[in-house]
Design a protein around this ligand. Structure first.
Ligand code: ATP
Ligand code: MG
Length: 253
């Protein structure tokens, strides 16, 4: 297996049209099959970094420095799953369209692959029906469909922008487990943006901490969380509410 990174972000700088620097000189690389976490407060530049990797910066933002280099394709799982789906198009049809255009197969094969993807993501058989629209799905099911749409592109890199923030904790857990097993099976690398340090610790081997457009600290996930060098990282860790110690002994009596 080659050790060449699948993605290199080198001194990436993004600025608003007003010249305000939004992402400032950040660098990292991603190995094949690796999961890298981007954590940091709201507005620190995480989503813009993912969009720069995808090559789809929003209007009003431009790359003013650095480079993004990758020989494999990327696909993004957006934060708001319902907003990422077309409400007027049946789910199966949306998925089959993406397969048709991205994998360049026949219409019939595209539908078969779409149905396989729905099954692989643990979505119910009822979604096969042509009249199943996004409004008929739960939040967790919508998120699974959005992951299926990203996987339909056969990406070498999956970019996840807080894919579980809007979901309740049990569904969060299921989605994270699904992403983990798909990654083992399909071998894509991943850049995972999250506010949730527990999710980052479970999924990512390395973490990059962003603040105001800059990377303030990075390292192996566990050592970074156990021995943060930067006060901002410490503050992020401290802001996680601990579970109160359960007095099991006493409660048994
Ligand atoms: N289209 C845009 N035009 C101008 N500024 C923008 C645009 N999109 C984002 N920004 C600014 O860039 C900065 C970084 O935004 P970004 O969306 O990357 O933050 P984030 O870290 O993803 O935050 P959150 O955790 O809330 O999603 C913010 O200050 C934001 O206001
Ligand atoms: Mg964001």
């Amino acid at each position: 297996m080659s050790t060449e990174p699948v993605l290199e972000v080198e001194s990436l700088t993004l600025a608003a049209k007003s010249k305000e620097i939004l992402v400032n000189n950040i660098s990292f690389s991603l190995a094949r099959g690796e999961s890298l976490g981007l954590v940091g407060e709201s507005g620190s530049g995480k989503s813009l970094t993912l969009r720069a990797i995808l090559g789809l910066l929003p209007r009003g933002v431009e790359q003013t420095g650095g480079a993004v280099r990758s020989k494999v394709s990327s696909a993004m799982v957006f934060q708001d799953p319902r907003g990422a789906l077309d409400p007027l198009c049946p789910v199966v049809k949306q998925l089959a369209e993406v397969v048709y255009y991205r994998q360049q197969v026949s219409r019939r094969a595209a539908r078969t692959i779409a149905l396989e993807l729905l099954e692989r993501l643990g979505l119910p058989d009822s979604l096969r029906k042509k009249d199943r629209y996004p409004s008929q799905l739960s939040g967790g099911q919508c998120q699974r469909v959005v992951i299926a749409l990203a996987l339909a592109c056969k990406p070498g890199i999956l970019l996840c922008d807080e894919p579980t923030t809007a979901l309740d904790v049990t569904v969060q857990r299921q989605i994270i487990d699904t992403i983990t097993s798909l990654q083992h099976e399909l071998g894509f690398a991943m850049v995972f943006v999250t506010h949730n340090l527990a999710i980052a610790a479970n999924l990512c081997s390395r973490l990059y901490v962003m603040k105001q457009g800059q990377i303030v600290e990075h390292g192996e996930t566990l050592s970074l969380l156990q021995h943060p060098a930067d006060p901002y990282t410490q503050m992020l860790i401290d802001s996680v509410l601990p579970l109160p110690e359960l007095e099991l002994e006493g409660s048994r009596q």
